[in-house]
Design a protein around this ligand. Sequence first.
Ligand code: OAD
Length: 253
Amino acid sequence: MLRPMRESEQPLRQLADSVRDAGHIVVLTGAGISAESGLATFRDPQDGLWSAHRPEDLATPEAFARDPQMVWRWYEWRRARLRSVAPNPGHYALAELQQRVPSLTLITQNVDGLHQQAGSRDVIEFHGNITRTVCSNRSCPGQWHAGDQREPPHCPVCDAFLRPDVVWFGESIPVAAMQASLAALAACDVFMSIGTSSVVYPAAGMAQQAAANGAEIVEINPNATPLSSAADIVIPGPSGEVLPAVIKQLDLP
Ligand code: OAD
């Protein structure tokens, strides 16, 4: 017997239909997709990272020049948090979705590596990765070695400070990540924005670029964002529940 569809299921079904028909999907994720793994987002008014600290004090080249030890320690604290968490059902559902559609490009603003741990392939790390360490003199290939306990450690090649391999405010997006993202945005027919507040550019401009190329715009986020009113499908829920539900919906007739 057919079960009547609840009103809240309608966008889910609509999304599943779009996913079934899509040739190329681009997914952009933000801190919200890792929230259900236990990692704080940035802008949650209660426990967001930017509710306790100002980005200018911790996530800019100027902050690192002013107080390299404080910045290094803050990233060490985040790395330690990361070691105690694991991907959640939202990460796994995206990895599964990538297997089930002809083409899916996953772009993440997250620096936590959880998408890769869940099995997603060819993830574009738009803001770098916190687990990697590079020389602050970007043209130098120096790498951290375990013996150096200084905070921050020094580059074994040029003696400059080492730093986390992330993009700070005021820095450019890595060229390869930007180029791959632009190419995917130009080719996609569905664009999904998941767990991001859509306020930090250039990532926040991706939906508009995809829409200009004719893509359908989807947002999954329990809270409204500047993108919500422009999106074709909005599913206001936590990604760890919504994304597995989308996968389930794909299996329904
Ligand atoms: P934000 O903290 O700005 O936004 C997180 C979003 O996730 C919010 O819109 C929440 O409503 C949403 N959210 C919370 N829990 C969720 C859940 N369970 N499922 C789905 N969504 C949920 O984080 P980002 O948008 O990622 O940049 O921030 C963008 C950039 O600003 C970051 O990459 C970082 C930051 O400053 C740099 O450090 C350069």
